[in-house]
Ligand binder design. Structure first.
Ligand code: FMN
Length: 328
């Protein structure tokens, strides 16, 4: 089955899975340039969206600004895929309408996040909703009915190894009008690591007619191929395998993989420049430390270099440190 979501037709490549603190516009741009089919923003709370939308003056408050930054696109980003989370169907529908107005081409619903602040008592969002499949159906249906753009969802195999209800949840999502599902082929218990369960993913692919995007554990083209072949999924999404390695998307699409050290340093510099242009120098310098650690491994003095990144307190210090990397 080929991957089509609304008017968007995708090839055989991979998409960038949403990652909080990582999949912001600069990184999404680099992944798109390397051939990612599309990328997804990090998860955004429906309450945060409604905070600024219900009272326009909240747009200027710190919290409003923070949420609005999550809705930024890199120039020309299309489709712009925004992920929302929440558990109240009406609020999710209202937030989806706001996000559509802000320019989303596709709205993705999060039913898979295991982070404590998302699933804890009182919140009960993200993967916690897998324990309440009918509520997942209500949320999805209300959102689908509220917006014109396609709605997709991301979920897991289940809450635990003994509670694998991924098939039931995927069917409910399909019945609610969701146009594609991304399945992280792990349970909530596993968090973001450990073996992926391709048999369970294959059972979900078999059970629904909408496209299923498989996700989990892909760190090279062979992993992507294996997941497709073993499950028949219509597409694959890469998360952690893309950190410091946006080239994984060209590799999966049949092109070249990561370049040599000089190429990786050049991309790190470009990433830094894009980040400064998007968020300003202070935030860029702090946030780019982790990206630099991911890009720049495997050379003489790499460990010492990564230690010194903490001293890179401004742009000049950061670029000066990059200059010290031995390239010949
Ligand atoms: C740091 C981090 C942040 C994440 N944030 C999100 C998120 O905002 N929304 C979401 O649906 N999944 C999120 N995930 C899960 C990933 O999208 C993905 O499902 C998971 O990492 C498994 O794929 P992988 O093995 O390719 O990394 C996050 C994962 C990580 C490691």
């Amino acid at each position: 089955m080929s991957l089509r979501i609304g008017e968007f037709e995708f090839g055989d490549g991979a998409s960038l899975a949403p990652m909080a603190g990582v999949t912001n516009p600069p990184f999404r741009q680099l992944c798109a340039e390397s051939g990612a089919m599309f990328s997804v923003t990090e998860l955004i709370s429906c309450h945060a969206v409604l905070f600024f939308s219900r009272r326009p003056r909240n747009r200027d408050r710190k919290r409003g600004q923070k949420t609005l930054a999550l809705l930024d696109r890199y120039p020309g980003e299309r489709p712009f895929v925004v992920q929302l989370y929440g558990k109240e169907p009406e609020l999710m529908a209202e937030a989806a309408m706001v996000v559509e107005q802000e320019g989303a081409d596709i709205i993705d619903l999060n039913f898979g996040c295991p982070a404590r602040k998302v699933i804890r008592a009182g919140e009960g969002c993200g993967v916690a909703l897998m324990r309440h499949p009918p509520l997942i159906g209500d949320i999805a249906r209300r959102v689908v009915d509220a917006v014109k753009v396609p709605v997709t969802a991301k979920t897991r195999l289940g809450y635990s190894i003994d509670q694998r209800n991924g098939v039931e949840v995927a069917k409910i999502l399909e019945g609610s009008g969701v146009q594609a599902v991304t399945i992280h082929a792990r349970t909530r218990e596993q968090g973001h690591s450990g073996p992926v369960h391709l048999d369970d993913l294959a059972a979900i692919v078999e059970a629904v007619r909408i496209p299923v995007i498989g996700n989990g554990g892909i760190t090279c083209a062979a992993d992507a191929r294996r997941m497709r072949e073993a499950t028949g999924c219509a597409g694959v999404a890469v998360g952690q395998g893309a950190k410091g390695n946006p080239w994984i998307f060209s590799e999966i699409a049949g092109g070249s993989g990561a370049p040599d050290l000089a190429g990786r340093v050049a991309t790190c510099r470009r990433h830094l420049a894009l980040f400064v242009a998007w968020a300003g120098e202070p935030l860029a310098v702090v946030e780019m430390r982790k990206h630099a650690c991911w890009y720049l491994k495997g050379f003489d003095g790499a460990a010492a270099f990564r230690k010194r990144l903490g001293e890179a307190v401004d742009l000049a210090a950061f670029t000066g440190l990059l200059d010290t990397i031995p390239l010949s």
